[in-house]
Design a protein around this ligand. Structure first.
Ligand SMILES: [Zn+2]
Ligand SMILES: [Zn+2]
Ligand SMILES: [Zn+2]
Ligand SMILES: [Zn+2]
Length: 141
């Protein structure tokens, strides 16, 4: 699958834009300077280290669930990013939370389908976390 390049200019210092004071910024992990590689503005971590951290899903700088590098969130949520934490009970459940925003139990309790995020209490109860439409689709595949 071809990865689409996300345009999030504000989050990164690009080498071409690293002028003046920004030029002195460097990656706090490997020490590469902002004039050589893109560096995450708020965290001072370079693109290459971000990629490596994301692959490792270490739970210190990158989320244990999805690998997103968001040190502040990971610190706050004990190893996970906010997208992998249930908005109701605060429990980490990457698989469910990425889809519905809630963990398995809370999704079920609220009747939210874990695939499409639709609220359909009776259906979700019956299909073990899925609405009728999604249950049908999954069964067919
Ligand atoms: Zn680095
Ligand atoms: Zn995550
Ligand atoms: Zn929950
Ligand atoms: Zn559904």
């Amino acid at each position: 699958m071809a990865k689409q390049k996300k345009r999030r200019g504000s989050k990164w210092i690009k080498p071409t834009r690293a002028t003046g004071r920004k030029k002195e910024r460097y990656c706090r992990i490997c020490g590469t300077t902002a004039s050589q590689v893109r560096i995450m503005k708020h965290e001072n971590i370079c693109e290459l280290c971000v990629r490596e951290l994301s692959r490792q899903k270490g739970g210190k700088l990158a989320c244990k669930g999805c690998g997103k590098v968001v040190p502040k969130q990971v610190r706050k949520y004990k190893g996970y990013c906010k997208d992998c934490i249930c908005r109701v009970c605060g429990k980490p459940d990457p698989e469910y939370c990425q889809k519905t925003g809630f963990c398995r139990e809370c999704s079920k309790e609220m009747g939210i389908c874990r695939v499409c995020g639709k609220e359909a209490m009776a259906q979700v109860e019956k299909n073990d976390g899925l609405c009728d439409a999604c249950a049908k689709k999954l069964r067919r595949h």
